[in-house]
Design a protein around this ligand. Structure first.
Ligand SMILES: CC(C)(COP(=O)(O)OP(=O)(O)OC[C@H]1O[C@@H](n2cnc3c(N)ncnc32)[C@H](O)[C@@H]1OP(=O)(O)O)[C@@H](O)C(=O)NCCC(=O)NCCS
Length: 216
């Protein structure tokens, strides 16, 4: 979907008097809903161009890997958002390649004929050599809240859940990168927790912000 605001963050629903969301680890039965939220909320990400088969493999990995986590926020019994992260992004992607590599290659095969998709695959494959040497290994890799539930502090609940997860693992420095400078809601959310580090170029013409935070 192409809109003037691809991040859906210009409309800001009034906060309701809802009960606080319940944040819990995602289960495999949450996978279809997590993928649905990801496709709806991160349509701007080149990963989404790689097709539903590949996207589903990525989120299956996020839910099942031991070198990362996926948490969901439930409101009134329905999953209203998710956050996923790695304990160490290099290991997270290596684990993905080991466990889902053949299926991922099959899902990507038809895409290899399109230069636009090749660029996204290349960027994924060459991300780590380019990552800043001071970046923490632990990284929030994605967060989405249902369009109809935004502005109700579910994003905060998810970031706090992710922070608790990292603290319990003894991982006390966390990064979040690739936050488009125009993504007002995400920059507002992460700047509550993290110190701004830098802006850097990303997939397209747009700059992205990188944040780190300290859980000590
Ligand atoms: C980013 C996102 C997860 C925030 O979820 P949310 O539940 O609406 O956020 P919250 O209600 O917890 O609010 C978090 C902060 O952002 C602020 N905020 C929310 N919407 C905003 C907007 N449209 N413009 C500016 N600030 C906004 C809130 O006021 C709050 O700040 P505060 O602590 O200073 O009061 C949600 O907007 C989203 O799903 N965006 C699309 C996906 C995305 O871009 N993800 C990030 C990259 S992976």
């Amino acid at each position: 979907m192409t809109t003037a605001d691809p991040f859906g963050s210009t409309a800001r629903p009034a906060a309701g008097a809802d009960a606080a969301p319940v944040v819990r680890p995602a289960r495999l039965e949450d996978l279809p809903r997590v993928v649905e939220l990801a496709v709806a909320g991160m349509g701007w990400s080149p990963i989404m161009d790689l097709g539903p088969g590949f996207v589903s493999l990525i989120y299956r990995h996020a839910i099942t890997t031991r070198v990362g986590f996926c948490l969901v926020a439930e409101l009134d019994g329905r999953v209203a958002g998710f956050v996923l992260g790695s304990h160490d992004s290099k290991r997270w992607f290596r684990d993905f390649a080991l466990r889902q590599g053949p299926r991922a290659a099959l899902a990507l095969l038809p895409k290899l004929f399109f230069p636009r998709h090749l660029a996204a695959i290349w960027r994924g494959a060459t991300y780590f050599p380019k990552a800043h040497p001071e970046d923490p290994a632990s990284e929030i890799l994605g967060i989405v809240v249902d369009e109809t539930q935004k502005g109700r502090r579910i994003g905060h609940a998810l970031v706090q859940g992710a922070s608790e997860h990292y603290r319990a693992k003894g991982l006390l420095r966390v990064k979040v990168g690739d936050i488009d400078v125009r993504n007002a809601a995400s920059n507002a959310l992460f700047s509550r927790y993290a110190e701004f580090q830098r802006s850097e170029p990303s997939y397209g013409d747009n700059a992205v912000n990188v944040y780190y935070w300290d859980l000590r």
